[in-house]
Design a protein around this ligand. Structure first.
Ligand code: XIL
Length: 380
């Protein structure tokens, strides 16, 4: 692509007649109406050494051929939306259910896709037995046994693990902004060090990632959370705790997207300066706050946010992976039935969010083309 652009610039500078020039010289994507093969997201990503993918609903992957085909055509990396979390993996304190996680890993390997592991330590999606079984005395053993078992099973197969998810929440009022979750209550902040060190031992080649949300805008809350995460990463580096990347979940609200400005860019540059990669791990755009009931108008606004957000992030060379949290709108967690229907759609609980790049027939929406153009911006 770079060569073609260099040729284009040469052509333009020579004043050559542009009527015969290829469409791409006018800034149109070649085959803009095509969206597979050369026109796929993964083809445009790979042209710049980037990964692009989505969170996968394994139950849907098993039963929906069109969904599987879309995953294969569009993505060079996938992550389990649920199947690798504690709850789905751990039916009892002493047994594991590997069926869904194995199915995703097998699918990804068969189709040459990289895999993100999500996640090894979180305050949510815990199994029903967790609260009555895990305590201060055994929490470290449960955490290390879980990580050794899960990371060990997929050793060499996982590009990056979300080792700890969402451990910072300044609203909880704890020192250094830690979230008052079960792992913190049992082990204090050292649970983070334990998790990362154990994951490194279990798979030295996986990129160990700290993943979090609501760090994208310049609001006071996001700014405070971003600063607490930067301080956490600095402390980890100072102690020699292995960490390779930070995941910016990127659950963007259409009504606060305009507040995404200097703060996030400064944070990414800071992480890049520390030698870390930065991943867009769970991109979607919540359109509940948009007044237009007509979906096409919201799709256009959402596409604009996809384009500006990903283009802005890709200006930083540390940003290498761009994943959306789902593929087709209907299956987004934002469109899940209650209680999400209320939690994410308080203004329009009955209105389907147009939050992802594909419609419910897996046809590309404006957000697809905006995302594809953003991936191409990496070459500029
Ligand atoms: C969500 C899933 O999409 C839902 O299906 C599930 O019920 C709850 O978790 N941040 C994360 C993801 O790191 O794991 C969450 O995924 C969305 C928020």
């Amino acid at each position: 692509m770079a060569t073609r652009r260099a040729f284009g610039r040469l052509l333009l500078s020579s004043g050559a007649c542009l009527t015969a020039a290829p469409r791409w010289l006018h800034g149109q994507q070649p085959g803009a109406e095509e969206f597979t093969g050369a026109g796929s997201l993964k083809n445009h990503a790979a042209a710049h050494g980037l990964y692009t993918g989505a969170a996968v609903n394994v139950a849907l992957m098993r039963k929906d051929a069109k969904y599987r085909q879309t995953l294969i055509e569009q993505y060079n990396i996938v992550v389990a939306e649920r199947s690798m979390k504690w709850g789905p993996l751990r039916p009892t304190p002493t047994t594991f259910f590997w069926g869904d996680a194995d199915a995703l890993v097998d699918f990804a390997e068969r189709h040459g896709m990289a895999i993100r592991g999500h996640n090894l330590c979180w305050h949510e999606a815990l199994p029903t037995w967790f609260a009555s079984t895990v305590n201060k005395g055994n929490a470290e053993r449960f955490l290390t046994d879980h990580i050794r078992t899960v990371v060990g099973r997929y050793k060499g197969k996982i590009r990056a693990w979300d080792v700890v998810n969402e451990a910072i929440e300044p609203k909880d009022g704890l020192p250094e902004g830690y979230r008052n979750g079960p792992w913190y209550q049992f082990l204090g902040p050292r649970f983070i060090d334990i998790a990362f060190r154990t994951a490194r031992e279990a798979d030295p080649h996986a990129l160990l990632t700290y993943n979090d949300y609501s760090i994208e805008t310049d609001s006071a809350e996001d700014t405070k959370k971003r600063e607490a995460i930067a301080a956490l990463v600095e402390r980890m580096r100072d102690k020699g705790v292995p960490i390779d990347a930070v995941g910016v979940q990127s659950h963007i609200s259409a009504t606060s997207a305009a507040q995404i400005d200097g703060g996030l860019s400064h944070f990414v540059a800071h992480m890049q300066g520390l030698g870390l990669k930065v991943f867009i791990t769970e991109l979607d755009v919540n359109d509940d706050g948009l007044a237009a009931n007509e979906a096409a108008a919201r799709e256009k606004t959402v596409a604009g946010i996809y384009g500006s957000y990903v283009t802005g992030m890709l200006r930083h060379k540390a940003v290498t992976d761009v994943l959306t949290w789902g593929t087709a709108n209907r299956w987004s967690w934002l469109n899940a039935p209650a209680p999400y229907g209320v939690k994410f759609r308080p203004k329009h609980p009955g209105r389907e969010e147009v939050c992802l790049p594909f419609d419910n027939n897996y046809q590309p929406l404006p957000a697809f083309y905006a995302l594809r153009r953003a991936l191409d911006s990496r070459a500029l």
